[in-house]
Ligand binder design. Structure first.
Ligand code: COA
Length: 258
């Protein structure tokens, strides 16, 4: 089975992360494919909107593939981190409207991917969080830049600095997601939104999206660069190795602050 499935349903591209056994974690291969798919979608003039979802009912996406990362020394991790950042930026830069159909929980890079979309529809009972600081790293694919813009700095700090996992209901309350629906209604909710978009002029939607994003554009670029530089401090820390080891061994981490 491919790691990502792309289907065209009329004028809509449905992109499914298809690694349910790994909770749809973003491996380097997946990130490369995501970037290629975004480029193809962007140039496909038949498409009006893009939906990204995950296979299975456990998670939309559990973030970076922590098992793949575990074997990677800090000095060799840059391509992995750049791949996830590149993939998520390519989704953020799509000119067509994007909907994250979140079939389950999203953590770390999984939530960062959803944050790069225009709309997030989350299944009831799921959780979301930028949990990186609990793993000895920090959000490195746009989370520190996109989340505060979306929900405000105070609430973003609560999530990012405490590595909190919050419920779907709370995510809706603070405006992190657009809508929360029962699992059985996820596809219908996406279809309804796509139906609304069908009544809007594509060029108008595209230009309005671009206008909203340009309000932040230059500083988002700088912010992403800054985030990437700051990330390296956590990348070369002993706590990063400890976080990955503790995850692999299913035990609480013992962080030393170095
Ligand atoms: N990278 C790689 N593998 C992952 C993963 C990740 N980010 N998240 C989960 N998996 C794997 C597990 O190791 C497990 O593999 P195994 O079956 O070979 O043991 C499998 O996916 C199922 O995970 P499990 O924890 O048993 O599933 P669950 O449904 O009970 O819980 C999550 C799902 C997503 C809540 C939980 O796996 C989790 O918290 N993952 C880490 C999320 C995170 O902090 N991501 C931030 C990355 S920066």
């Amino acid at each position: 089975m491919p790691d990502i499935v792309v289907e065209k349903r009329g004028a809509i591209a449905w992109v499914t992360l298809n690694r349910p056994d790994a909770r749809n974690a973003l491996s380097r291969a997946v990130n490369q494919q995501l970037q290629e798919i975004a480029a193809e979608i962007d140039h496909d003039t038949d498409l009006r909107a893009v939906v990204i979802t995950g296979a299975g009912d456990k998670a939309f996406c559990a973030g970076a593939d922590l098992k793949e990362r575990k074997g990677v020394p800090a000095a060799e991790a840059a391509p992995y981190i750049n791949a996830i950042g590149g993939a998520i930026s390519s989704w953020g830069e799509l000119r067509k409207p994007t909907i994250a159909a979140m079939n389950g929980s999203a953590y770390g890079g999984g939530l960062e991917l959803a944050l790069a979309c225009d709309f997030r529809i989350l299944v009831e009972g799921s959780e979301v969080g930028l949990t990186e600081v609990r793993l000895g790293i920090m959000p490195g694919a746009g989370g520190t830049q996109r989340l505060p813009r979306l929900i405000g700095e105070a609430r973003a700090k609560e999530l990012i600095l405490l590595g909190r996992r919050i419920s779907a209901a709370r995510a809706l309350e603070i405006g992190l997601v657009t809508q929360v629906v029962p699992r059985a209604q996820l596809v219908a909710a996406v279809d309804a939104m796509v139906g609304e978009l069908a009544g809007c002029a594509p060029l108008s939607v595209q230009q309005a999206k671009s206008a909203i994003e340009r309000a932040h554009a230059s500083s988002l670029e700088q912010g992403l660069q800054t985030e990437r530089e700051l990330y390296d401090v956590t990348l070369y820390s002993e706590d990063r190795d400890e976080g990955l080891a503790a995850f692999a061994e299913s035990r609480p981490p013992r962080y030393q602050g170095r």
